[in-house]
Design a protein around this ligand. Structure first.
Ligand SMILES: [Zn+2]
Length: 308
């Protein structure tokens, strides 16, 4: 992409659609944000996507990149019944949008778009590979190699949250047991804390309304039980990251999402566990860092998709 040509990057979440017109350097030239209305069905969501594109578009726009909650096939542009989009089956989302706007459209899984944005202009700029983890309701993630997200042969690569942590552990929605996200996602943190409280742990926390954020808050306020839950989460993630590092040897690990707000209290035990377990060269292990682009990572990564 050269000269005054621009693209549109869009992040379609379960709650909001956010988009921007972006130039070749990654400068955001115009922005739009509107509700997704995921509960009103596919046609309404497509209408809002197209409305958001028109809101930021001008005659310099060449193409549109869209990050959406997976699963999807980036080659065919089909989204496979995303769980947080009410009433969606397998939908040819890319072609539905391209037909309405008359421009080239590319789709990417939202975690891949986020990772691509961080790899391009955020924590991973000047690095050739990174692994990104997002600690939310589940654990999402991606692997970016040479500026491209890794999809795998069947577009189910990088399901980092379903690395097995405990073979006989908690059943997971994927059909396996003891997956990493059952323990170290925001949901997993709250569940482990609730179990501890019910088991009689000495803490200011209460089971009612318990979230990973309230566990973090209590830990910061000096609650030893809450602090141990956060540190244990770091150790659990360090075990999962050992598998990834031994296999991929990435240059950088970026850990974001709501539960990563615990910061160094979470990252330090993660680093210690990784150092104790992973195979190391003299150059050491990849740094574990927070993301740098905030909400714009998904928009920038989606824009990056359609720049070549
Ligand atoms: Zn699983």
């Amino acid at each position: 992409m050269s000269g005054k040509r621009t693209v549109i990057g869009m992040d379609v979440g379960a709650t909001n659609i956010r988009s921007a017109r972006v130039d070749a350097t990654g400068t955001l030239l115009a922005r739009d944000r509107r509700p997704t209305c995921a509960d009103q069905g596919r046609d309404t969501v497509v209408e809002h996507i197209v409305g958001s594109i028109h809101a930021v578009s001008d005659d310099t726009v060449e193409a549109v990149g869209i990050g959406v909650p997976g699963p999807l096939d980036p080659d065919t542009g089909i989204v496979y019944a995303p769980p947080n989009m009410t009433g969606w089956g397998d939908e040819p989302l890319r072609d539905l949008v391209a037909y309405k706007i008359g421009k080239r459209v590319a789709l990417e899984n939202d975690a891949n778009a986020w990772g691509l944005g961080e790899a391009w202009l955020g924590a991973g700029r000047d690095r050739s590979s990174l692994i990104l983890l997002t600690l939310g309701t589940g654990i999402g993630g991606c692997l970016v190699l040479g500026g491209r997200p890794w999809h795998g042969a069947h577009n189910v690569g990088c399901e980092i949250g379903h690395i097995v942590y405990d073979p006989d552990g908690v059943p997971c929605g994927c059909g396996s047991r003891g997956c990493l996200e059952q323990y170290a996602s925001a949901t997993g943190i709250a569940r482990r804390a609730a179990e501890g409280i019910e088991g009689g742990a000495k803490t200011t926390l209460r089971v009612e309304g318990l979230t990973s954020a309230s566990v973090h808050e209590a830990a910061v306020a000096g609650d030893a039980f809450a602090r141990e839950i956060i540190e244990e989460t770091g150790r659990i993630l360090g075990v999962g990251l050992t598998t990834l590092c031994n296999f991929f040897d990435p240059e950088l690990i970026v850990v974001g999402g709501g539960a990563a707000a615990a910061g160094e209290m979470l990252f330090d035990p993660m680093r210690a566990e990784l150092a104790a377990r992973a195979i190391q060269m003299p150059a050491g292990l990849p740094p574990i860092v927070p993301p740098q682009l905030g909400e714009d990572a998904g928009i920038l990564g989606a824009a990056r998709l359609v720049m070549e």
